[in-house]
Ligand binder design. Sequence first.
Ligand SMILES: Nc1nc2c(ncn2[C@@H]2O[C@H](COP(=O)(O)OP(=O)(O)OP(=O)(O)O)[C@@H](O)[C@H]2O)c(=O)[nH]1
Ligand SMILES: [Mg+2]
Length: 446
Amino acid sequence: MVGDAENHVAGRTIAAIASPPGRGGVGVVRVSGPLAQAIGLTVSGRGDLQPRYCHFATFRDSRGEPLDQGLVVFFPGPRSFTGEDVVELHGHGGPAVLNGILQAAFDAGAEAAEAGEFTRRAFLNDRMDLSQAEAVAELIEADSLAGARAALRSLEGEFGRQVEQLAEELADLRVFVEGSLDFPDEDVDFLATGDVDGRLSAVRERLTRLRERASTGVRLSEGFLVVLAGRPNAGKSSLLNCLAGRESAIVTERAGTTRDILREKVALDGFHVELADTAGLRETDDPVEREGVRRARDLVERADLVFFLVDSQQGWTSEDAREWGRLPEDRRVALWTKADLDAAEGAPAISCTGEPGVGPLEEELRRRLPLQGGGDALGARQRHLEVLDRVATELASAAGTLQNYGSGDLVAQDLRRAHEALGEITGRVHSDDLLGRIFATFCIGK
Ligand SMILES: Nc1nc2c(ncn2[C@@H]2O[C@H](COP(=O)(O)OP(=O)(O)OP(=O)(O)O)[C@@H](O)[C@H]2O)c(=O)[nH]1
Ligand SMILES: [Mg+2]
């Protein structure tokens, strides 16, 4: 880590446009590194920069030609975002102006920042742990308020703290179990007296809870995929159009109209739900339709929720029963369609053209997706879930060994692996490769 820190942090002074591409009232060029203050003085033409103070200035290029008027702010390290000296140049938000200011910073000694390099430096300078650094990206990418709140919770360090706490409990357990290995001849059964079993179950329970909170966070940021499935002519495409508010899919009275998957984003209670219309499920000899059905079945496997639409006029047929049986049990909901034509009983019913409308479907979405339940979600990424799963596997293995009166040696190994894996979340244990992969997903200027 020290080598890495020296390579990336000490030498170069980096600069990038930190505001989004396009035009806006203001735009920001951020500079970080040992030359930041000097660059701020040169570009702004000022004689001094008071720390954390907004100075009005005229920005000039290397030949002294004026570029823009704006504000310059100097954040001396280590009390800055990256932990180094940072200067922000706030100009007008147009591409020509901002590129001009950026070029002026380059001419004064800065180099182009890589994707995520500001946040990477913040991590390497201990301004934040890895889960916080990643939460910066989540917060910027969030397109729902609940997703943003979850990311902020992680940015504030909640996720990292929870992980650290788990890591500490694991460390205590390791110390105890490894300590018992030093006295193999003792009569006393160390593992039994230390209630290793009980402590291990407590850690596993906390881990499960943390996994749930993180998993909700991932789903909030990735959005929910809701698939409309059902036999041909059930009314899937009509429903997609109705919810999207536009004629996205072709609707005809002919069975087997849709073949491709059609996606539409719809907003529900401030969330983006991705709806997918699919080919009607049936056995067919038509190769094009068959491919459509295959894609539909594939997509169903990845869905957060599957609405299985059944034409009220046709009623529940044996084909419906067969297709229903192939859907994932925990994620399927039956919905009667065309309720304006025929009143259905039992399952919720909807209509695209008349009463009762699509309200019952929205109710099901609210009930089935953790839209409100995102209350204590933690902004997280798929990578974190994978690490937590690995930790869970190691701990399950440790518990199994304990139960079978296995050797303390094996338990100790499982605990060590679980403990080390946890460190990958906060970055206590990291490799350049892991950092490279994480920060590559950031954009330049972050
Ligand atoms: N009265 C009424 N007719 C509907 C309703 N929804 C769909 N229909 C009709 O049912 C027929 C089939 O609708 P689609 O939306 O194309 O059905 P689909 O499930 O997409 O069919 P495939 O793409 O062939 O699988 C069309 O003639 C629609 O106009 C509804 O709510 N009320
Ligand atoms: Mg269709």
